[in-house]
Design a protein around this ligand. Structure first.
Ligand code: ADE
Ligand code: ZN
Length: 345
């Protein structure tokens, strides 16, 4: 094992963190969703379970996600949601966070895409003023809504010219449609200079990961973990420097792997892949970003290697060069303060 001693419990709380993969509506904590639902006369009681949400498979998870989304309807609601999420992240040492934003979910709740982004941006601005946490938005298209809808999301991302919208991605049910169906959407986003990421290798096997790389040419993959089933594909990912937005807690909750020991995060890292850890939809999967770092530590990542995960995330962040430099400087300082300089990523 490279780096320093294994990370221990409480020190993880102060470890500098970064997150690249979290769906904003999926980050709505039940306490906030209940208040919103009461305001709009919505009943979410059948999917609430203490501090988390109840669902039984991927399809019912997506349905629950859609229902929680309808409890956020105005610019102010989304400012509140982004602020709540980022405050929670900054309280566990997070320096940088990207959020997936879905204009289609906002539209279904009655809000147009521009107002949705403006509301989220206001919450992000306030969070940065309060705690220093830097954040950006990645507009996602929902693949099970079809290629045309995803292209409309890409066109919005390309044209909105909002300084905090820096990426485009593909989310939704990976079992529907083929990667090539979304090539035009990715071309639109690429031509606009946006960073690109696509969910792949979560519900579908390694062939879907290869197809996604071929058809969409993203620089990052959401999940991508099932690439571990193919040594050739892992080599390709390592050689191409593709960054994996790994979400171990989400994968375990959805039953992709029977237990943490079977999860390929550590093996992918040891094979030389650039990996990061992320909470995906925290209260849906009873997790948090701090818990994802804890899972990595349980798999054997040393403190220095955990800081290395954060460095990989900042290096792959969809930000300009000056912001990246500042974040890397802040990371170095925070790691030195902790006495855990980053191991080589
Ligand atoms: N949308 C929200 N969470 C998702 C996930 N884990 N996979 C695909 N689409 C999503
Ligand atoms: Zn996701």
């Amino acid at each position: 094992m490279r780096g320093s001693a294994p990370a221990d419990g409480d020190r993880l709380r102060w470890l500098p963190k970064a997150e690249l993969h979290c769906h904003i509506e999926g980050a709505a904590m039940p306490a906030l969703a209940i208040r919103q639902a009461e305001r709009y006369g919505i009943d979410l009681s059948d999917i609430l379970e203490a501090e988390n949400y109840r669902w039984h498979d991927f399809t019912s998870f997506l349905a629950g996600y859609d229902r929680v989304s309808t409890a956020f309807r105005t610019e102010e609601d989304f400012a509140l949601l982004a602020g709540d999420h980022l405050a929670r992240l900054s309280a566990c040492g997070t320096l940088y966070a990207e959020i997936f934003v879905s204009p289609d979910h906002a539209r279904a709740a009655g809000l147009d895409a521009k107002a949705y982004v403006a509301g989220l941006a206001e919450g992000m601005r306030q969070a940065e003023a309060q705690s220093g946490i830097v954040s950006r938005m990645i507009v996602v298209g929902v693949r099970h809504l079809g290629a045309e809808v995803v292209e409309t999301a890409a066109e919005f991302a390309a044209r909105c010219a909002h300084p905090l919208v820096t990426g485009f991605g593909l989310a939704g049910d990976e079992r529907q449609g083929r990667p090539r169906d979304f090539a035009r959407a990715f071309d639109i986003a690429r031509d606009a200079g946006l960073g690109l990421t696509a969910h792949a290798g979560e519900l579908c096997a390694h062939e879907a990961v290869a197809e996604t790389l071929d058809a969409l040419r993203p620089e990052r993959l959401g999940h991508g973990v099932r690439a571990a089933e193919s040594p050739d594909l892992v080599s390709r990912i390592v050689e191409a420097g593709i960054v994996l937005e790994v979400c171990p807690g989400s994968n375990l909750a959805l039953g992709l792997y029977p237990d943490l020991a079977a999860h390929p995060l550590r093996a992918l890292h040891q094979a030389g892949a650039k990996v990061t850890v992320n909470a995906d939809d925290p209260p849906f999967f009873a997790t948090s970003l701090a818990n994802e770092y804890r899972l990595a530590a349980e798999q054997g990542f040393s403190e220095a290697e955990l800081v290395g995960l954060t460095r990989t995330a900042i290096e792959a962040a969809f930000v300009d060069a000056a912001t990246r430099r500042q974040l890397l400087d802040r990371l170095q300082l925070a790691a030195l303060r902790l006495g855990a300089p980053a191991a080589p990523a």
